[in-house]
Design a binder for this molecule. Structure first.
Ligand code: ZN
Length: 167
């Protein structure tokens, strides 16, 4: 395993729609292992492939490792199958936009299907922080970041804070 360099916004790769993974094999297994190592080292709770410059539909998540036992999950070709009508606002950070936390309103519960590293398709419902996390990572695979959810005014403010921190 090895650490990957994290792509920082506004790198154009963060605005690009990622391609489906054609087949799960050693290459994807290595990518997933590297992404988990990079996520834990950052430290973060989720990381999408385009954030390490790999333009494929893969993300990793461990929503609660900071509070307990690590439970790494790898999502290959994830699909949003269902979402609740009720929304919840979560303060979201992003490893590609360090120093900027944005309030994003999203469905409180979602159901995802995806392929795991063994190549099997699985389905699970997520709520709480994990629901926000999987939607945040899914956004990355579609070329979207937290800033894309903000009003023009809020986005300008967030971009100003980011520029100040990284100018
Ligand atoms: Zn992110």
């Amino acid at each position: 395993m090895s650490l990957r360099e994290i792509v920082l916004w506004p790198d154009p790769r963060l605005g690009t729609v990622c391609a489906e993974v054609a087949a799960v094999g050693p290459e994807i297994e290595t990518l997933a292992a590297d992404m988990l190592e990079t996520m834990y080292a950052a430290p973060g709770r989720g990381l999408a492939a385009p954030q390490v410059g790999e333009m494929v539909r893969v993300f990793v998540m461990d929503a609660a490792w900071k509070e307990g036992t690590p439970a790494p999950m790898v999502f290959i070709n994830p699909v949003l199958e269902a979402r609740s009508v009720d929304l919840v606002t979560t303060s979201e950070g992003c490893l590609s936009i360090p120093g900027v936390v944005t309030d994003v309103a999203r469905p409180a519960e979602v159901t995802l299907s995806w392929t795991n590293v063994q190549g099997a398709r699985q389905t699970q419902a997520f709520s709480g922080f994990a629901a926000a996390c999987v939607q945040h990572e899914l956004d990355h695979l579609d070329g979207m970041v937290t800033l894309d959810h903000l009003s023009a005014e809020a986005r300008e403010e967030a971009e100003r804070r980011y520029a100040e921190a990284h100018g």
